[in-house]
Design a protein around this ligand. Sequence first.
Ligand SMILES: Cc1cc2nc3c(=O)[nH]c(=O)nc-3n(C[C@H](O)[C@H](O)[C@H](O)COP(=O)(O)OP(=O)(O)OC[C@H]3O[C@@H](n4cnc5c(N)ncnc54)[C@H](O)[C@@H]3O)c2cc1C
Length: 800
Amino acid sequence: MKSTARVVVIGGGIAGCSTLYHLTKEGWSDVVLVERNELTSGTTWHSAAQVTNFGMNQTMVGLKTHSINLYRELAANTEYPVGYHYGDGGIRLANTEAQMDGYRHFVSQAQGMGVEFEVIDAEECARRHPLISTDNLVGGLWDPHDGDIDPAQLCQALAFHARKAGAEVYRNTPVTGLTQHKDDSWTVHTEHGDIDCEIVVNACGYRVNEVGAMMGVEHPVASMEHQYFLTEDIPAIKEAGHRMPLLRCPISDYYSRQEKNGLLVGFYEQDCKTWGMDGIDPNFVNALCPDDLDRVMDVLEGAFARMPALQETGIRAIVNGPITYTIDGAPLVGPIPGKRNAFCIIGLRAGLGEGGGHGWMLAQQIVHGEACYDTWCIDPRRFTGHANVELTALKAIEDYQNEFRFHFPHENRPAGRFAKTTPLTPILQAEGAEFTPVNGWERADYFKPSPDFTETHGYRFTEVFDVVAAEVKSLQSGVGITEVNGFNRFEISGDGAQDWLDTMFCGNITRKAGRIGLGYMLNHHGLIKAEATIANLPDGRIWYGSAAASEFHDMDWLTAHAPEGITVKSLTNDMTIIVIAGPKSRDVLSKAARGDWSAAAFPWLSVRKASIGIAPAVVMSVSFSGELAYEIHVPNASLFAAWTALRAAGADHGMTLFGARAVESMRLEKGYRHWKADLITEFDPFESDLSRFVKMEKADFIGKEALQKRLDAPSGKTFATFKVASDIAPAQPGASIRANGKIIGTVTSADWGHRVNENLAMGFLDEGHSVVTIDILGAAVAAEVVSPARYDPKLELPRS
Ligand SMILES: Cc1cc2nc3c(=O)[nH]c(=O)nc-3n(C[C@H](O)[C@H](O)[C@H](O)COP(=O)(O)OP(=O)(O)OC[C@H]3O[C@@H](n4cnc5c(N)ncnc54)[C@H](O)[C@@H]3O)c2cc1C
């Protein structure tokens, strides 16, 4: 066994084998994989191994396409062939029009990645799958690429090709410990000796937290027991003359695919079970959990009703094995938060279908620092401090119970809620707030007009449209108040902090005391990494503010580059923002806090300390809504006091409440972006229409050299705001933008602008188009490129 290597991948299931293979493909051959038993002896060996192209966003579609292309290539390789039923086709069923609306959107989204799906009606579903009945069926989504692969052969083939490229694989070599050294390198301790390496990768499946504990980390991953059975031969399958398409059913929560001349049918029962929460038997190797078909009777009946042939067919074998879940159902593929030179590829619940793509994404991140797609949807840092195994288990159960019922826009499910709250949460709840979780924080989304008000979730405008319109109108003519909790806030200190920050941002950030500036950080490829406001407090402190979900991500990036003597301290969990917005917000602030708050004394983009009633606060004159507005940053201990003072001061001015949905509508009218929706690592600041925030004449900043190269060879992509000719539905992120029918771009965010009364969307597209169409509910809807600031383009209101 080698005693040194550049990378040690721990775990020889699909996750580890794919990572090893792709590291060699990216050009690193000094890489090893260590596996405690035999390859695939964890979950992988007994996987149903279905491989679909379906994904909830474009990154997922893209990485699954990579899996499919790779598996086809491996299957065709005669040196080490792999059994792969590519292209049996698959149907996701639907029994509601709302699900069909979703499928229409997914078709458009996939087309943007070069992948064709098809929405078909119930009769067509039955024509393509001769075993199914059309009872209670509206239609389905057809994936022509669907199929299944032999999981063991796939992993052996990946290991074989990786070995050929120089990688080494050590079987029967359990990792027993990990030591990190001062230079951030690692020693991996195994039962057969130590390996010193630069980088470690945790790919340990359901044993993820045994290895996590070796580096002091608890990964938010929990396992669920999952069962399928294999039937005897079904004569109708032989008679069909073609392989049966795969089925996935959100009505009764099962899937099926052909196995020999029978079916494999898997179940997602309501009475489901977590597994391994209190530790895993070290001898659970190549092993299964005891079968328990009684548990799945509820969903079994649905499968029998849909495929009556099952009622006359015997069961040949039952498989029950552990499958890993995360908090939002997507895996954790990328840097381990708070660690250096440590990565993970864990929490894979559809690892055979996705594993080829995830290994590719991870290898690119390890070798190049970033992958070709924005990987935020799988980034381990998207969850922060609240993300523990207990919360994950609750969300895993909920997710399992809804396996094929995708989330509708704005749909938040109830499990594991209220993980992070503030003293204002019960107050807002009493005021009728409907909450939406943002990185675990419960934020008021809108205020219900009556206690029994509920939203019918779907892809069209809902009952909430009028509620948001009223919230916006009210603050636009008077003053509104809301809480923005969890906003990411770091205090940066140390000699030379300003000079250092200057090298981190691609533009000039104000150094003046009492002033605030917005800036963008780039990665080493010159692409957008982060967006932050820098506030220079009059007492010399520097506050860095960014999106709620960015806490771990931005902390990693800043501390990785901070020179000795600079400290970055998180205040995120200690402080909350109260926002007051609208023409009367100055009157309210003047009443609640001593001092001169006139535009002359405290102009737009200023910051100062104040007391709001008796509550200590830092007040910033910034506005995401575009109105005259103030952000009031208050320590959580004083939040109630500040809120009470502002509410009392606002009473004379008819102050009303507004929520995050109103903010979303207003920021679109202003052309303001959302990090990881409109600001992603696939585009540079010029393509993102942020040239005013770039100063190429600056001596240096991270990504400058790469950005210059991109400027010299422009991609022809740009970012724009669109006015869309529909009053029944907003566009959706991921929807395709077309010119003369050809796809030229993708929507990144969209909503109705209530102040300008326009249906608005934002997105990236090829340059040179002013009249386009945007796919909405399966139709090409006319849209025109408009100037981004639809409301108060001269910024007169926040300056007033
Ligand atoms: C019943 C069932 C059906 C499924 N059907 C599908 C499907 O149709 N399509 C699909 O895409 N997915 C499916 N899945 C999910 C899929 O099988 C998993 O996502 C995938 O196999 C996970 O692979 P992995 O490499 O992450 O984990 P594993 O396969 O568990 O691999 C982890 C490896 O790490 C090793 N390891 C652990 N600890 C150590 C240590 N200390 N030192 C060294 N090595 C260690 C283990 O021995 C193991 O080999 C199914 C899962 C189940 C249970």
